[in-house]
Design a protein around this ligand. Structure first.
Ligand code: SIN
Length: 312
């Protein structure tokens, strides 16, 4: 039997497999990034960075849940200069593509960081213009005008291929509005979805929330959000007519989860909570499960089924 291939290309960069780590979980320090580098993740995505280092929100700020997690980390990171250094070192040692995630607090900060990453070893930039957990900062993806302003500014300076990490959308009008903005710029891909913002998980015995920031409000991830991920991947795949790629993330624990996202149009799949909960072996396991399922279906490469969701 001919072997099954799950290679892909994102923003023109070849990945040996279409399953890799998402920005956020266990990717803020060089030690954490080296664990990802040594795993089967074909790329190394780094924690969203800001201009200055950040401690993040008060703890506890993450909790595992039965089917996923809640977090309000608040972007704890070492500042962008550290990630420029890490990227050079990781590239030299592990020869894998690296992905920087930029999440400035202002337009000027974003522009400064995009410019700085132009002269770095990073292969791809994922712009995360508004995390759900930054106290006092709105989720930019829900403000089409602000998204336009930011993309206009960073497009003028970025020399690296870049994509945008998006929050989940629930109203079809909002998909149309944000897609219209993104199409104006040389955005290579969108990553769908960031966590579903501002959920609340409480402990009925102690009568307290599970996490401390924002009175317990935080982003929900994991199995709870897979169906929202699928819908967002599908809708953007259709709206972009495959001219802007879609990376799916949210609720991927198995090869079949990854298969479903690719069937809806994803060119690659990122893994977040499942990596935190299962460790770095998860990348190899999901990749093998995906290959096994593709073999059962008779698919030899992801192009054989990508985007080909059937209708009823
Ligand atoms: C965080 O709060 O640090 C994670 C949120 C994000 O990456 O957007």
């Amino acid at each position: 039997m001919k072997t099954v291939s799950i290679t892909t290309k994102i923003a023109g960069v070849k990945l040996d497999a279409c399953i890799f780590n998402t920005s956020g979980p266990a990717d803020a320090t060089l030690g954490e990034l080296e664990i990802i580098a040594r795993s089967q993740s074909p790329a190394i995505t780094m924690k969203s960075c800001t201009l200055a280092p950040r401690e993040g929100n008060p703890e506890p700020r993450y909790a595992d849940l039965e089917y996923g997690s809640i977090n309000s980390m608040g972007l704890p990171n070492l500042g962008y200069k550290a990630y420029i250094k890490f990227a050079a070192r990781l590239k030299r040692k592990y020869k894998k593509p690296t992905v920087a995630s930029i999440c400035g607090m202002t337009l000027a900060e974003n522009v400064t960081m995009f410019k700085a990453f132009n002269n770095s070893a990073v292969d791809i930039i994922e712009f995360n213009p508004g995390s759900p957990n930054t106290i006092g900062k709105p989720i930019v993806g829900y403000d089409a005008g602000e998204m336009d302003r930011l993309l206009d500014a960073v497009s003028k300076v970025s020399k690296k291929p870049y994509g945008v990490k998006l929050p989940p959308y629930f109203d079809l009008v909002h998909f149309d509005q944000i897609a219209a903005v993104i199409k104006k710029y040389p955005v290579k891909f969108v990553t769908c979805i960031n966590s579903i913002g501002n959920g609340l998980v409480i402990n009925p015995y102690t009568e307290q929330p599970l996490i401390k920031p924002k009175g317990g409000l935080g982003g929900i991830s994991g199995k709870y959000i897979k169906y929202t991920t699928l819908a967002n991947v599908r809708r953007f795949y259709e709206l972009f007519e495959d001219k802007i790629q879609v990376i799916g993330v949210g609720g991927v624990y198995s090869g079949i989860d990854a298969f479903e996202l690719i069937l809806c149009g994803a060119s690659a799949v990122q893994v977040g909570t499942a990596f935190l909960q299962n460790g770095p072996g998860i990348f190899e396991r999901i990749q093998n499960e995906l290959k096994d399922f593709m073999a059962v279906k008779g698919y030899k490469k992801i192009a054989d089924f990508r985007g080909k969701l059937k209708t009823l």
